[in-house]
Design a protein around this ligand. Structure first.
Ligand code: FIX
Ligand code: ZN
Length: 415
């Protein structure tokens, strides 16, 4: 049994440090997807988070930036965010954490040297290095059958890599309007230009075929702050008549990522999305009225976090996951994780990386582990002060659940 604060802190930090993580949401790809899997220093520096931050210092027209090649974009971002200003934003700090963990000499004029480090590497050896350094066992991809490049790989050259699980992402279907049905028809699905049982049946066949092709562990969509359910809309009708029946048939969760305002500034492209407070009533309605479906939910607005925790206390078919995107910063991860542990105990998935660049796994998990360990220590300390006996085995059990086992248990369970 753990008897002292010092021993408790050491044990929590060691256990959180050593646990092999299941990263439940990323934009990474298995090696067979080729250049879709981004890696290396210039991809790190041109991550859309840094592009948004760099434009706060740039006066050039947006188009002038987008016409630059990757290296020139990276040079400009490095100049603005690392040379002319201290890089203490989370996205900038993350780049430096990766380079530092790789053993590189961290300095203002280091970019050319960092490029050399990556020049002679192959992606296969580098994936092993990054997964090992980040302590990541497996990641879940974001797989979009509407993406022409990705679809080609799935149809012609996909090679399974157990470290990369698939998630069927259906934003174009649920957010794309009636035109998306033309696309399905062009692929041979028997759908009409109106929502009727024939169309629903064709959409269910499309979803079923891709769930099977991908062996998808869940189906996912990002949704605007205005998302509502029930609602007299194409999205709501497709969710009710197609998505939820297929998810139930394959016993996989429907993951809703709610609160993104797409292209608030379209000139920033991928970096142009913003955030809005969303409607928890829609989540509660779905969980209450579809008790045999499983829902993974993350919400983008800080203001939605408390009510999401309370909703999860009401519904066992709701699994809260991650500190998504604009919440993935130390101060907010700490606040939100503390709230979740106090309201939900161990029954939550505290973090996902949302990594778009392979190397980011190193910093996103390095930074989050420290915060999760710090919050966990406080919670176990409070427990210890009640006289509750705490053992290392208990801590290992809890941390295994938080960092992966809760997710897999939710994937497997039948409701
Ligand atoms: O919808 C999503 O999966 C978001 O995470 C992305 O669209 C976003 O660009 C991102 O990568 C945030 O971290
Ligand atoms: Zn994402």
């Amino acid at each position: 049994m753990i008897k002292s604060d010092v021993m408790l802190r050491k044990t929590v930090e060691k256990v959180v440090d050593e646990v092999k993580v299941t990263d439940v949401h990323t934009h990474l790809y298995a090696p067979c997807f080729g250049d879709l899997l981004l890696w290396g220093v210039d991809e790190l520096v041109t991550y859309h988070y840094l592009i948004a931050e760099a434009f706060r210092w740039l006066d050039i027209p947006y188009e002038e930036f987008w016409e630059l090649d990757k290296e020139a974009q990276s040079d400009l971002i490095w100049q603005k965010l690392f040379t002319e200003n201290s890089p203490y934003s989370e996205a900038c700090r993350g780049v430096l954490t990766v380079l530092n963990r790789l053993g590189l000499d961290i300095k203002k004029d280091g970019l050319p040297e960092y490029r050399d480090f990556f020049k002679n590497r192959t992606i296969h050896e580098y994936i092993d290095i990054v997964f090992d350094m980040a302590g990541v066992k497996e990641v879940v991809m974001t797989n979009d059958p509407f993406d022409d490049v990705e679809r080609e790989v799935w149809l012609k050259s996909y090679e399974k890599d157990e470290r990369f699980k698939a998630a069927l992402r259906i934003d174009p279907l649920l957010n794309g309007g009636i035109d998306i049905l033309h696309q399905l028809r062009s692929w041979g699905y028997d759908v009409e230009d109106q929502l009727n049982e024939k169309t629903y049946s064709g959409v269910r066949r499309f979803l079923s075929e891709w769930v099977e092709r991908m062996d998808a562990v869940y189906m996912a969509v990002s949704l605007p702050p205005t998302f509502d359910f029930p609602e007299d809309s194409m999205r709501a009708k497709l969710i009710e008549n197609c998505v939820l029946p297929v998810c139930r048939e394959y016993n996989i969760p429907f993951a809703m990522m709610i609160g993104v305002k797409k292209l608030t500034n379209p000139d920033l492209k991928l970096a142009g999305d913003s955030v809005g407070k969303s409607n928890i009533d829609a989540v509660e309605y779905l969980c209450a009225n579809f008790p045999h479906n499983k829902f993974m939910v993350t919400m983008l607005a800080k203001e939605n976090q408390h009510e999401l925790c309370v909703a999860a206390r009401k519904f066992r078919n709701l699994l809260v996951f991650g500190c998504w995107w604009f919440l993935n910063n130390p101060s907010l991860i700490d606040e939100i994780t503390r709230m979740r542990f106090e309201l939900l105990g161990v029954s939550v998935v505290p973090q996902h990386s949302d990594a778009r660049v392979l190397d980011q796994l190193i910093y996103k998990w390095d930074h989050s582990r420290k915060i999760i360990a710090h919050v966990l220590y406080d919670k176990y300390k409070d427990l210890m002060d009640t006289g509750w006996p705490i053992t290392e085995e208990d801590i290992v059990r809890d941390v295994e659940k938080l960092m992966g086992a809760n997710f897999w248990e939710f994937i497997e369970k039948e409701l």
